[in-house]
Design a protein around this ligand. Structure first.
Ligand code: NAD
Length: 359
């Protein structure tokens, strides 16, 4: 098939020392940015994505065009397809796998629980099966989530804090992913690094996330719903700008030690790491809306409702000292600057008439 030709040329190494990375979920928000960043610095990159319709497929196709222009080819397929994975691992000697494919979103789990099991549990196991049977085994870096901290009331969240009270099925599948990763590390010597992302936002972002649909609705003059916590306190998120997350992902790939197994056999203790990647400064959702109003120069029509029990948690806040120490991770973009870049992208992408604004 055509992809076989494109696969090897897309993933070809540019320099002798570069990585060769399979990026799953490459047409997703984070996957697009990580793939382009890897390619730009000279690494070999191949994308894999099933282009599902969880949100606007046109946005995924537009990201794919951006990836093509950067020289990244995306194979259209599912991480549950063992035969496809086998072929990919046979054709390209991946040094690393950056696993970002998942069913994301907390609330959608109430409508389609099966898609979380399919992608976040069965698909993850299937991918790790392919990794463990390859010789030499690639090092795996994968996206977990701040949602694993669940109903933990101790903030900021540190990697050693309890993660046994998930508030949603999404969180439960992300937590299960961490446990599954640990078993593949323990039994087969796979090098595993998990990254707990905290509410990532920015250009090419996800339309199912609040900052995105608030922007859309505010510009259309439609009311937006802001949820208030049961104690009437503000719901807050540790919003983290995409470029900071990308830096964390690249540092995790660069510091990943080789697996100690090969072809399914373990040879010694392999690396297992978990890191928070957040911004360390939570912002109330009401403040997010204030910033959007200022940037868009439009007053939002706010509707305040009590928070329903839909899987959302009240508060997230990352302690990133571990990532700082071991990955040199230091977030540098504050919410207003990051949202300005998002708003600029949004108006260009949807060809909105230029307003006299501060975008
Ligand atoms: P996204 O939905 O934009 O990207 C995921 C991509 O994976 C999509 O393009 C989708 O088509 C693809 N995909 C889904 N299931 C697949 C399957 N079975 N086979 C192949 N491809 C599949 O989400 P994102 O925001 O880019 O998130 C990337 C990762 O980071 C996910 O694992 C997500 O759970 C995690 N994460 C994201 C955030 C955030 O705020 N964006 C926060 C915490 C964790």
């Amino acid at each position: 098939p055509e992809w076989e030709r494109r696969v090897s040329s897309s993933a070809r190494k540019h320099s002798g020392s570069g990585l060769i990375v399979l990026v799953t979920g490459a047409a997703g928000f984070v996957g697009t940015h990580v793939s382009v960043a890897l390619k730009r610095r000279g690494d070999g990159v191949l994308g894999l994505d099933n282009f599902n319709h969880y949100y606007d497929p046109n946005l995924k196709r537009a990201r794919q065009k951006l990836l093509e222009r950067a020289g990244v080819f995306v194979v259209e397929g599912d991480i549950n397809d063992s035969a496809l994975l086998r072929k990919l691992f046979d054709v390209v000697a991946f040094t690393h796998v950056m696993h970002l494919a998942a069913q994301a979103g907390v609330r959608y789990a109430m409508q389609n629980p099966g898609s979380y099991i399919h992608s976040n549990i069965a698909g993850f196991v299937n991918l790790l099966e392919a990794c463990k049977s390859t010789d030499p085994q690639p090092a795996v870096v994968w996206a977990s989530s701040s949602s694993v901290y669940g109903l933990n009331s101790k903030v900021p969240f540190s990697e050693k804090d309890r993660t046994d009270q998930p508030a949603s099925l999404y969180a439960a599948t992300k937590k299960a992913g961490e446990e599954i990763a640990h078993t593949y590390n323990h039994i087969y010597g796979l090098s595993m690094t998990g990254l707990r992302f905290f509410t990532v936002y920015g250009p090419w972002g996800r339309p199912d996330m609040a900052y995105f649909f608030f922007t859309k609705d505010i510009l259309k003059g439609k009311p937006i719903t802001i949820f208030e916590a049961p104690d009437h306190g503000s719901v807050a998120r540790d919003f983290t700008y995409i470029d900071d997350i990308v830096k964390g992902c690249l540092a995790a790939l660069d510091t990943a030690k080789k697996s100690t197994g090969s072809g399914g056999k373990k040879k010694g203790a392999a690396q297992f790491r978990m890191f928070n990647l957040g911004n360390t400064s939570p912002v109330p959702v009401t403040e997010l809306v204030n910033i959007l109003e200022k940037l868009l120069k439009v007053k939002a029509k706010r509707m305040i409702l009590p928070m329903p029990r839909n899987g959302d948690v009240k508060f997230t806040h990352a302690n990133v000292s571990l990532a700082h120490r071991e990955l040199g991770y230091r977030p540098t973009t504050d919410l207003e600057n990051g949202l300005r870049k998002f708003a600029r992208w949004y108006s260009n992408f949807y060809s909105l008439p230029k307003k006299k604004s501060s975008w």
